[in-house]
Design a protein around this ligand. Structure first.
Ligand SMILES: C[S@@+](CC[C@H](N)C(=O)[O-])C[C@H]1O[C@@H](n2cnc3c(N)ncnc32)[C@H](O)[C@@H]1O
Length: 367
């Protein structure tokens, strides 16, 4: 039986709901993750065995290194512009960027041309990134928003960034579509609720699902972030989005909360668990194309990393450190895991590019 959280964020959310009514699910998620004092990401470094979850760059240096080679190849496809902005959205501990920059040493002209821009809202993680990248040897600037990154030739990398952006939910009743919200039970527990029937919510649901049976749930995200990336690369650039999610749009809810590597109730202990939802790659691709970018992929993470040569990189690392062979093989297997819920299959890679660029590396759907 869920208990009543009494953390400062829970108390503030309760007051908000009592004053203004139930919160749309997207507002709940945004406040739980990004509340300026008590948000999940505002207050902690959640990565690793002692934290709540791990990500591909934290599993193995191979991931960031291959993305570094991808970025170097994309820069060449762009005609090797000087300067070039190398942007990472949601850089976590800075681990991936450190690996990207080390791998980019293979192309000194690329490193010499780049300024690095990290877009991060968490003060705790920004401090961690500054430590990780203190000796990176390239100019690095931090921003809270992509809009603050100066214009010009740009390469954008985003791993497990979109899954943490707020997701909206709509619920079907016999009467029509309603916003799904978070309200309060009489004993003060947070509970899912529904708003009034709302044609504006129904308009977000693709036409062929509007007459879905009562109880159906549809999720979507705002297009603003992917459209901002797409508009930028459509002027001059390329972007790579890697995340967990689906290629075929579907009904159903995917909002989930993870704490200490376990699934927990997304309404219990707000601000204490990571909240994410699947990325709808079909919606990302459609919004990016509408903003003028060419879309390459999506392909599975396994297919993408194989095309970039992860097996060869693993062999090189094992030859250099035979005592680490088992560890390297385990990381390789995890990143390429083809099971339905494994990282090699559930995670996808999507490229966005200026329409005149040759196809971006690793994103050929049928290698
Ligand atoms: C799941 S972590 C992924 C970290 C890293 N990319 C990795 O793969 O290890 C999500 C990252 O996005 C950041 N983040 C979440 N919402 C953000 C936003 N609206 N703008 C910028 N960064 C955000 C978090 O602070 C965190 O660094």
């Amino acid at each position: 039986m869920p208990t009543c959280s009494t953390s400062p964020l829970a108390e503030e959310l309760r007051r908000k709901i009592r004053d203004r009514g139930p919160l749309p699910v997207a507002d709940w998620m945004a406040l739980c993750l990004g509340h300026p004092q008590h948000g999940y990401y505002t207050t902690r470094d959640p990565f690793g065995a002692a934290g709540d979850f791990t990500t591909a760059p934290e599993i193995s240096q191979m991931f960031g290194e291959l993305l570094g080679l991808w970025a170097a190849a994309a820069w060449q496809l762009m005609g090797a512009p000087v300067p070039v902005r190398l942007v990472e959205l949601g850089p976590g501990r800075g681990t991936m960027m450190a690996d990207v920059l080390r791998a980019a040493r293979v192309l000194p002209a690329f490193r010499a041309a780049m300024t690095v821009h990290l877009v991060e809202t968490s003060p705790v993680l920004e401090r961690r990134q500054r430590e990780t990248l203190a000796a990176a040897g390239v100019p690095i600037a931090w921003h809270h928003d992509l809009a603050a990154v100066p214009d010009g030739a740009t390469i954008v990398l985003a791993n497990e960034f979109f899954d943490s952006l707020p997701v909206h939910q709509a619920v079907k009743s016999v009467a029509g579509w309603h916003a799904r919200t978070v309200g309060l039970a009489p004993d003060g527990r947070f509970v899912f609720d529904v708003g009034p029937e709302d044609p504006a919510v129904a308009a977000q649901v693709p036409e062929f699902w509007r007459s879905a049976p009562a109880g159906a749930i549809f999720e979507w995200r705002d297009d603003a972030v992917v459209q901002a990336i797409a508009a930028r690369v459509a002027r001059q650039g390329a972007a790579l989005v890697v995340d967990y999610g689906h290629v075929d749009q579907d009904l159903g809810e995917t909002l989930q909360a993870v704490r200490a590597h376990d699934f927990v109730d997304p309404l219990q202990n707000p601000g204490e668990a990571d909240l994410t939802a699947h990325v709808d790659f079909c919606a990302l691709a459609r919004a990016a194309a509408a903003a003028g970018a060419r879309v390459d992929g999506p392909v599975t993470q396994g297919g993408f990393l194989r095309q970039l040569g992860i097996a060869t990189r693993a062999d090189t690392l094992k030859a250099a450190a035979p005592q680490k062979a088992a560890e390297i093989d385990a990381a390789l297997a995890r990143l390429l895991d083809p099971a339905k819920t494994g990282m090699g299959s559930l995670f996808k890679a999507l490229g966005l590019a200026h329409p005149s660029l040759l196809p971006l590396p690793g994103l050929d759907p049928a290698p």
